[in-house]
Ligand binder design. Structure first.
Ligand code: FAD
Length: 523
């Protein structure tokens, strides 16, 4: 009789989905069951909510992703109305703050904007879909460079990455030209101003169907596909524990949130891809407690601004007809106002920032109608400089067995601090952002540093290392040190200081881990 190994995957975001896909494609008989704590939002599991055309339906999908801050739990905490904490800032739509201020909330005074999404597709149902490649020291040095290129190419295939999205937009081109005039001479060959790679499929009307976990799952959720017969997704299924027998994972204990019942699910391999805070929390709750677990937290400090494009400068490189064509194209998809995405990538030694320049018809906030730049015909750009955070043991999340969070797990406390290294790069990034804004037009929101946690790119808390020396949680194939068949996935694996959006890199690491896990299963 053929052995059919069973794999339990915790979390249905892009990384858990990459594990499912690559494992099934690389193993002839394995079966994968994916457990997701949140609800399925869309008919196609894991689809980006940005693709939902109806605004009310889109709002509802976002609210259903907001875990403890949506619906009856929020009411029971007495938190009224919108998702607002202390009147300071709100979580991005579809996400909720870990430190939401009610009973059972995490403690994150020094990392206040830390947020999560709980739904099929994870944060990948809400993301901006920017998918640049890591470069220079962002790459993990013990994975050879040629291998990186192959892994990233496979990640790009799974995520449907387009390197030239909206490249035909004449206004997008004009923005690139103005930025190139300002910065081109300072940037190395191959790392100049360019279009920002994004994950999605171009549609005939010039817009994009944004990719989410659905694109990564691909044939696993396609009707009548042979791989779909070996794949099952269980939503509203909260994994409470990874079950162990010595140094082997024997499966997971799952709570069915529809019935409240808890059951054990035996598995030959367990993959935990439940985000950079909840994955280490689940490991901790299961008694898996390597020294580095939760530590070395990094993200990208972000300096942002909004600029109204200057008509005179734009007219140097684009015509009135170009503007009319742009407006006509955008009118075909009013639900998604992003019309061109540009960037300046990270490069060393002189440009250690990832710059994102999103062109949009309106600013992302209500601009006072009396503002001289209100209703600017040539539109606006939202610009952000992502900066590196150096990994340090003392930055991270710790768990308290004596205080449970809203879902009954050891509660989290996040400690995080910027040092002089980051302060210097933030200051330099702010100066460059001021130059970029002045090259394009007039600031309607000046450069400002967002509160820690705002990037939504949380890394390092289950970092990968070359040796089991206490500074890492997993080996170079993402296997937790000391366990035969326990694999972890997600941005938490990234041990380097990076500035770029991390999902492509994490999917690439998942490809590496899943290929190896498929081989290990076969043995
Ligand atoms: P997630 O997508 O977070 O999925 C983890 C899943 O695990 C969640 O659904 C969660 O409910 C589930 N889970 C947790 N605990 C349990 C449990 N115990 N049992 C069962 N299930 C559990 N990244 C980029 O690279 N580019 C971008 O442009 C970008 N923009 C973003 C914009 C927004 C608004 C947001 C919210 C995120 C953005 N990100 C971006 C980040 C990106 O979405 C994440 O990097 C990516 O989703 C991580 O994938 P993941 O699978 O590791 O985790």
């Amino acid at each position: 009789m053929t052995h059919q190994p069973t794999v339990a995957i915790v979390g249905s975001g892009p990384v858990g989905s990459a594990y499912a896909r690559v494992l099934l494609e690389n193993h002839p008989t394995a079966q994968v069951v994916m457990f997701e704590a949140g609800p399925q939002l869309t008919a196609i599991p894991g689809e980006s909510v940005r693709n939902i055309p109806d605004p009310d339906e889109k709002d509802r999908a976002r609210e259903r992703s907001q875990g403890p801050l949506s619906g009856s739990y929020r009411e029971s905490l007495g938190i009224p109305g919108e998702v607002v904490v202390e009147g300071m800032f709100t979580a991005r739509l579809g996400t909720y703050l870990l430190d939401f201020g009610g009973e059972g909330s995490a403690h994150a005074e020094t990392f206040p904007a830390a947020a999560a999404a709980t739904n099929v597709g994870g944060q990948g149902a809400h993301w901006t879909a920017a998918t640049p490649r890591p470069a220079f020291s962002e790459r993990i040095p013990f994975i050879p460079d040629e291998e990186w290129d192959g892994l990233l190419a496979e990640g790009e295939r799974l995520l449907h990455v387009q390197s030239a999205a909206f490249a035909d937009s004449a206004l997008g081109e004009a923005i690139r030209t103005l930025l190139d005039e300002e910065f081109g001479a300072e940037l190395p060959e191959g790392y100049g101003v360019s279009t920002l790679p994004v994950a999605g499929d171009p549609l005939p009307d010039g817009s994009i169907r944004w990719a989410g976990a659905d694109s990564v799952l691909g044939p696993l959720i396609a009707p009548a596909s042979p791989l779909s017969e070996r794949f099952q997704l269980r939503d509203l299924s909260l994994v409470r524990r990874v079950d162990l027998d010595g140094d082997r994972a024997t499966g997971v204990t799952v709570q069915d949130l529809r019935t409240g019942e808890t059951y054990e699910f035996p598995a030959d391999l367990v993959v935990v891809a439940a985000d950079a805070f909840r994955s280490p929390q689940l490991l901790w709750a299961s008694g898996i407690r390597p020294t580095a677990l939760g530590h070395y937290l990094t993200e990208h400090p972000v300096v942002i601004s909004t600029v109204a494009l200057d008509e005179e400068r734009m007219r140097r490189h684009a015509t009135e007809d170009d503007l009319a064509a742009e407006l006509a194209r955008r009118a075909t998809n009013p639900a998604d106002p992003v019309a061109a995405v540009n960037r300046i990538p990270f490069s060393e030694p002189d440009h250690p920032y990832s710059v994102q320049v999103m062109y949009a018809e309106a600013p992302p906030f209500q601009l006072d109608p009396s503002h001289p730049a209100a209703g600017n015909r040539w539109g606006y750009v939202n610009m952000g400089y992502g900066v590196r955070k150096r990994p340090r043991f003392e930055d991270g999340v710790t768990f308290d067995d004596s205080e449970l969070d809203y879902s009954g797990f050891p509660n989290m406390t996040i400690h995080y601090e910027l040092t002089a290294d980051e302060e210097a790069e933030i200051a330099a990034a702010t100066e460059r952002l001021t130059r970029a804004g002045s090259a394009l037009g007039e600031f309607v929101a000046g450069p400002r540093l967002l509160p820690p946690g705002s990037s939504l790119h949380y890394q390092g808390t289950m970092r990968m290392g070359e040796a089991d020396d206490g500074t890492s949680v997993a080996d170079p194939y993402s296997r937790v040190w000391g366990y035969e068949n326990l694999v972890v996935g997600g941005n938490a694996l990234i041990p380097t200081a990076t500035s770029m959006n991390p999902t492509l890199m994490s999917v690439a690491l998942a490809v590496r881990g899943a290929r190896r896990a498929a081989a290990d299963l076969g043995e």
